[in-house]
Design a protein around this ligand. Structure first.
Ligand SMILES: [Fe+2]
Ligand SMILES: [Fe+2]
Length: 329
């Protein structure tokens, strides 16, 4: 037997079968994991509350331990991964478990190598998810810092991210790019960090010279995000640079026309304007939903990509749901 490794990873085994509890504990201890065990949901949740665990291995034996237990565990403890155990002839439950957010499943009778592989796989998924979450958290906080002068909360950037992801999904983007635009879109105005307060926060109309300074936030944003090898940041750069371009070529900084404007930026243009018009600004109150739509519809063929705009109109209930969730003050 190999020497037990660092046992900093804690695993909770939930099963009524003592043999399974013993086998899993023995096999996983040998791999250096620290195991706890419980026989029913309430006890499992108490253990989860009191300990900093990484993974739950749940033996799905209805009625007490069913897919519902798994769903609730994911809801109550989103930072904890779950792997399901089911009977060999119960693959249906295994599929349901995956749908409910399990990282994987094991079919009984259990076999040591399979268990060990599945657990290390689940822990890897779990770590990746935690890193992605941390990345998102960091970006949102930094972007919020940039927008601090303009925004009392980070709600605007979060909504623009979620609206953009909803549009990308409706346009059949692949999953990875949908996740990326949700975060990349939040960075659209990062170049505003270089625009002086006096100009940015002013209520009266800007002079031509002042407006030229404001327009520069697109190029400054692109410079800040330039040169990364990560697709997330490359997309963020594309959005920062092009989110004020307009379909008919009357936008800035370059006056790009139609599909010359990257699709990501065409999406964010709609998401951003929809949100900005819906929130009160220093120089005007919030517009009603009806007014927002009237104003935006007037720009369907000039400002926005009409195809994406029509998608946006179809998605209005989804946008409204996001607005309620990330609520307006
Ligand atoms: Fe902007
Ligand atoms: Fe914005």
């Amino acid at each position: 037997m190999k020497e037990a490794a660092d046992n900093s990873v804690d695993i909770l085994i939930v099963t009524r079968e003592s043999q399974i509890r013993e086998d899993l504990t023995r096999w996983l201890n040998a791999e250096g994991y620290h195991c706890m065990a419980s026989v029913e949901p309430a006890e499992a949740w108490t253990i989860l509350q009191e300990n900093d665990l990484s993974l739950v291995i749940a033996d799905l034996e209805p009625p007490e331990l069913d897919v519902d237990f798994l769903t609730k565990t994911r809801e109550k403890f989103p930072d904890v991964g779950v792997t399901a155990l089911t009977d060999f002839d119960n693959r249906e439950t295994a599929v349901q478990a995956l749908k409910a957010g399990a990282y994987g499943y094991l079919l009984k009778p259990l076999e040591e190598t399979e268990v060990v592989n599945s657990v290390s796989n689940a822990l890897l998924c779990h770590r990746t998810a935690a890193i992605q979450q941390r990345e998102k958290d960091l970006v949102l906080r930094l972007v919020w810092a940039v927008e601090w002068r303009d925004e009392a909360t980070d709600d605007h950037i979060r909504r623009v991210g979620l609206y953009s992801a909803a549009l990308a999904k409706a346009l059949n983007w692949e999953k990875q790019r949908i996740d990326e635009i949700e975060l990349a879109a939040t960075m659209h105005d990062i170049g505003k960090v270089a625009v002086a307060d006096g100009i940015q926060l002013r209520a009266e109309r800007l002079t031509k010279e002042e407006f030229a300074v404001v327009r520069k936030h697109t190029q400054i944003g692109a410079r800040i995000l330039d040169g990364s090898r990560f697709s997330l940041l490359r997309m963020a750069r594309e959005i920062a640079l092009n989110h004020h371009e307009k379909w008919d070529g009357s936008g800035y900084p370059k006056g790009l026309v139609g599909e010359k404007i990257p699709e990501s930026a065409r999406i964010v243009a709609i998401a951003d304007v929809y949100d900005v018009l819906s929130i009160p600004r220093i120089y005007r109150p919030a517009h009603s939903e009806e007014d927002v739509l009237d104003i935006m519809k007037a720009g369907r063929d000039q400002h926005y990509d009409p195809r994406i705009f029509d998608c946006f109109l179809d998605l209005l209930p989804e946008f409204q749901r996001i607005r309620t969730e990330i609520s307006l003050d």
